[in-house]
Write a protein that binds this ligand. Sequence first.
Ligand code: HXC
Ligand code: NAP
Length: 250
Amino acid sequence: MTHVDRSPFRAGLLENRTVLITGGGTGLGRSAAIKCASLGARVGVVGRREDPLKATAGEIEKAGGRAAFAPCDVRDAASVVAAFDSIEASLGPVNSLVNNAAGNFLCASEDLSDNAFDSVVKIVLYGTFNCTRELGRRLIRAKQEGHVLAIVTSYAVTGSAFVLPSAAAKAGVLAMMRSLAVEWAVYGIRLNAIAPGPFPTEGAFSRLMAGDLEKEALDRVPSKRFGEHDELSNLVAYLLSDASPYQTGD
Ligand code: HXC
Ligand code: NAP
């Protein structure tokens, strides 16, 4: 049977991109990493656990792509600098960043401990700041253009009960992307955010979809189906590509 290529993109669309993806070892970050690499990008994945990072990078290389990984806690600015250095030593200068790492759990807000609130806000808001500032510094210093994406969620705009630290941090990330889109336009750095509804992943669904919650979440989606990973990673590829040169702060 003849192979039918159903990719909506031309081969090599991202061949001039070196993309660092936080949380790229699992879930949607892993799917985005594999998609970007399949379109010719060099892809660096970072996260706390080495095993999933190694597996994602290995899968990309097995398929003929270029990949590297660096264990890193995005809450720690020094760890972020070291991860950029390590990825750049393998793949060359990074020009694109996908802020995808996140932490989340269901909890009544009055029961949140200091550390529970801190841990989610530090991964999502501080982690995104640490990575975005690091790429910005490198690009501005090198007089290179670049791209930043943040994966937020639909409730970054509306708020959401029982996930207050995540909702507050994602809203902050949205404001960060919009603020920097203005501030860094002069450097040719574009920043956009993607706000998905539910996409099945082990990380999100094991923490947020207990009991009847998965069915209730599905009922709230007008199309009555969850997203497929390609539907998100195609958007990542489009926003990182030369197909969207005038799109920023979106
Ligand atoms: C209340 C909780 C809790 C829970 C943890 N804590 N889970 N509090 N309810 N279910 C508290 C702990 O008791 C502790 O506070 C503090 O949070 C930190 O917990 P640790 O386990 O020590 O932290 P850490 O190892 O850094 O883990 C961070 C984490 C964990 C966020 C708690 O879940 C994690 O590693 N998550 C990464 C992956 C993830 O969350 N993926 C889902 C993304 S989905 P005390 O006071 O006891 O010290 C998403 C959006 C989906 O973001 C949107 C769908 C529509
Ligand atoms: P996931 O697989 O749990 O992804 C989260 C990733 O973040 C993991 O790879 C995790 O790796 C990494 N991470 C967490 N804390 C980190 C830290 N301190 N430093 C570095 N990396 C860290 O969940 P997912 O569903 O794919 O979520 C990916 C993104 O999509 C998140 O931003 C999430 O908010 C967003 N999103 C998901 C959905 C959905 O329904 N799935 C919907 C809307 C938005 P380690 O644990 O190894 O560090």
